[in-house]
Write a protein that binds this ligand. Structure first.
Ligand code: PMP
Ligand code: GLN
Length: 451
């Protein structure tokens, strides 16, 4: 099959569902390996752009590939979104004490599958205190193994086989994999620079009678866009009108900067949202403890119960000590959130200035861990090749945004093929050192490229 048969309009929605024939060629990697669509692993890999069409093997995720490349080339890692400093010391100590002194905490045996009662209560109390959202901790809060499991269980619960799932793209990588496992088709509605605001009319235009679910992510990875109240209100209205569910991934909800156009609004604060939407959170991002993998799903009991139907057979439960420590953090963050957001915002500003000085066009991230920068003012080599050059020749690792999109865009000029994601959730000296490398080495690296 020629690559032109994968063409999509460059500004319209695109779909990642692999064509139904037996052998499929990715535009950039002609295939000789048959793609067996009966196997779920191939669907997951194609859905998350982790299928290597040349070898027929699964590759690690783009985040892991980037970290591995950073280590290999001794590059500064502004790729994968983890902090290069630890979360609050007192939370580390609480978790450690819970493990070694079982009398003090929940012990080390299976906790309840839906989560430790102490954590479910802490999540409900936190949502009530900050946003006025009333949740019954016993039926409307479900603890998961990271937001990743919450996403997986929600998509598998709500996306019926043969239906369509809509999301704004670029999007978090697992949305593509899990939608494909569910036997559904992910359709991407592009977020366009320089502001990367969601185009609600385009979202509505992409809805068909096959649409079962909308995947939202606010604050958004990788653009840092915080969806406005009006944008969310319109999305909820059209989901209700078209009888479509919403999964809203809010893992960056504690990381909103003071110059965001509007404060973050959790989906469940929008009138009527509780009838169609579940919300997702993660302690990994809120407390800079990405390895702990404590996440949650909230929403009305009926929907949370449906997610539980899947979740309890994915991991059943996750580690009690981490859950215990997160419960104490949610009850009282001891000033950590404010300090953390201030540090992230200062990191964002350092990164923005460095990228702009290097001739890239960075966006104004309102929240989260990332800036996306348009490379078209500097070069036409595309994001994948730019990131390869960056890690190998400049010594800085970053993520090509096209790997976070629904694949098979034919147009190399498309904005989504020319954006690079840089993480600022790193120590300021790491960011400064990376920007120094960009200033010193990027011009030469670009000049030395064969014409
Ligand atoms: N959603 C988004 C948008 C993310 O960036 C991430 C990465 N942390 C996740 C979900 C996964 O979160 P967790 O590490 O809690 O599984
Ligand atoms: N959320 C992180 C990011 O966006 C990565 C998580 C992962 O590696 N799965 O970089």
């Amino acid at each position: 099959m020629s690559s032109s048969q994968h063409s999509r309009p460059s500004s319209g929605p695109s779909s990642n569902l692999p064509p139904d024939d037996a052998t499929v060629a990715a535009p950039s990697a002609p295939s000789r390996v048959p793609l067996d669509h009966r196997q779920l692993w191939t669907k997951a890999a194609v859905g998350a752009n982790t299928y290597d069409f040349a070898s027929g093997r699964v590759t690690p995720t783009i985040y892991e590939r980037t970290t591995a490349a950073a280590l290999r080339h001794e590059a500064l890692n502004l790729g994968q979104g983890f902090t290069d400093h630890e979360g609050p010391q007192w939370m580390l100590e609480t978790a450690a004490a819970a493990i070694t002194d079982p009398q003090q905490g929940p012990g080390n045996q299976y906790p309840p599958g839906p989560g430790l009662p102490a954590l479910r209560e802490a999540i409900a109390a936190d949502q009530q205190r900050r946003w006025g959202i009333e949740l019954d901790p016993t039926s409307e809060v479900l603890v998961t193994t990271g937001a990743t499991e919450a996403i997986t269980a929600s998509i598998l619960a709500f996306a019926a086989p043969g239906t369509q799932v809509l999301t704004f793209e670029p999007h978090y990588d697992s949305y593509g994999a899990v939608t494909a496992i569910a036997g559904a088709e992910l359709v991407g509605v592009p977020l366009r620079g320089p502001d990367f605001r969601p185009d609600i009319d385009a979202l509505e235009a992409a809805i068909t009678e096959r649409t079962s679910l909308i995947l939202l992510n606010t604050p958004h990875n990788p653009t840092g866009t915080v969806f406005s109240t009006e944008e969310l209100r319109r999305i909820v209205e059209l989901a209700r009108r078209h009888d479509v569910k919403i999964m809203c991934d809010g893992v960056y909800e504690q990381l909103v900067f003071d110059d965001a156009a509007e404060p973050h609004r959790p989906i469940l604060t929008i009138p009527g949202a509780d009838e169609v939407a579940v919300a997702i959170g993660s302690a990994g991002k809120s407390f800079s403890l990405t390895g702990w993998k404590v996440g949650w799903v909230t929403g009305r009991a009926e929907l949370v119960n449906q997610v539980l139907g899947i979740k309890q057979f994915l991991s059943f439960c996750s580690g009690p000590a981490y859950q215990w420590a997160v419960a104490t953090g949610l009850a009282d963050d001891r000033g950590f959130y404010a300090e953390n957001v201030a540090g992230l915002q200062a990191g964002r500003d350092l990164l923005y200035a460095g990228l702009e000085a290097a001739g890239l066009r960075p966006n104004h991230a309102e929240a989260g861990y990332f800036i996306v920068a348009d490379i078209r003012g500097l070069t036409d080599i595309g994001d994948v090749e730019f990131c390869r050059m960056l890690v190998e020749e400049v010594g800085v690792a970053a993520i090509p945004v096209s790997s976070l999109t629904v694949q098979h865009r034919a147009n190399p000029q498309d904005e989504l093929q020319n954006l690079v994601r840089f993480a600022f959730c790193k120590r300021h000296e790491t960011i400064e050192a990376a920007m120094d490398r960009l200033a010193q080495r990027l011009p030469a690296a670009l000049d030395h490229r064969p014409a």
